[in-house]
Design a protein around this ligand. Structure first.
Ligand code: HEC
Ligand code: HEC
Length: 248
């Protein structure tokens, strides 16, 4: 019965992922931002960012790193997740309420990108990427820190890998290319555009996983699942032992 269950599970997973083989890599944007956008961004920057990143984006010792060459991807990631502007330097810039409108973010991104060449904002084709490949790449590259169910986890020294349930497709792609905070950079040499698209697709799938054959248990991953198995399994055994004992 276990073998039949495993085969059925494998077939169900195969059916789930078979339709998703079309891979279209996220292209990078190449259009140069308009001068007016850069100028408007420079004004916003002067108000909210110079204290920590310097008037020319050169960085301020002990307050903020240089922004020269971090690129549009980094600026868009840090601004669209609300990580920037920071109120004070801290161990980890956390996701919080976004401080700017979409237009203002575009302007600030254009300004930061104008400071020096860096990674562009990845363009994501929705539905592209291979779910099965994404699952494998995620398990090998991301699950050690973010957990197999993307619930996040502690890394020590007051730093943690956040849960990924609030990250949009673009932010997942940006995080890989930028490597925010303690996260390593996954550049095109490690994960090419097609592979990155697969990881993005899999992380989006984890937002609403298809719980075939059982309870999701909060999607916290194998450790709580094992814990439940132990408690329920051991409990059932104790009840059985007691029942046999009272019978005899
Ligand atoms: C209180 C100081 C502070 C202020 C104000 C601030 N930042 Fe930052 N910024 C930081 C620190 C510290 C980091 C590094 C944090 C990290 O990587 O987790 C950072 C990182 C960044 C990065 C990522 C750099 C990289 O290496 O990829 C960007 C982009 C950025 N800030 C943009 C901005 C913008 C734009 C503003 C203004 C809207 C701003 N910041 C305001 C302190 C600040
Ligand atoms: C060494 C541990 C580590 C690995 C491996 C790692 N991350 Fe991260 N990740 C982090 C940390 C730490 C942060 C928080 C950075 C910050 O806030 O400064 C983060 C942040 C993120 C975010 C932003 C989440 C949000 O809501 O703002 C995304 C998305 C993300 N990671 C995706 C990935 C993907 C996809 C992979 C695999 C390709 C991956 N990470 C691999 C540690 C890791």
């Amino acid at each position: 019965m276990v073998a039949v269950g495993l085969v059925a599970g494998a077939l169900a997973f195969g059916a789930l992922t078979a339709g998703a083989a079309q891979v279209r890599p996220p292209a990078t944007t190449t259009t140069a931002p308009a001068r007016a956008e850069v100028a408007a961004g420079a004004q916003l920057y002067a108000v909210a960012c110079t204290t920590c990143h310097g008037t020319e984006g050169q960085g301020v010792t002990d307050r903020g790193p240089t922004l020269i060459g971090v690129g549009a991807a980094s600026a868009d990631f840090y601004l669209s997740t609300g990580r920037m502007p920071l109120d004070r330097p801290r161990a980890q810039a956390e996701r919080k309420r976004v401080a700017y409108s979409a237009v203002q973010i575009r302007q600030l991104v254009a300004f930061v990108a104008s400071l020096g060449a860096g990674p562009a904002v990845p363009r994501i084709v929705t539905g592209s990427g291979d779910l099965a490949e994404g699952n494998r790449l995620y398990a090998n590259n991301c699950a050690p820190c973010h957990s197999s169910a993307a619930a996040g986890g502690a890394l020590g020294h007051a730093v943690y890998a956040p849960p990924l349930n609030r990250a949009t497709a673009v932010q997942v792609a940006e995080a890989m290319r930028v490597g925010p905070g303690a996260m390593p950079v996954f550049g095109p040499a490690t994960l090419d555009d097609a592979q990155a698209a697969s990881v993005v697709r899999y992380v989006q799938y984890l937002h609403r996983p298809d719980d075939r054959g059982g309870l999701g248990l909060g999607h916290l991953g194998p450790i709580p699942e094992g814990f439940v198995a132990w408690v329920v399994g051991l409990g059932a055994m104790l009840v059985a032992v007691r029942w046999i004992g009272t019978k005899t």
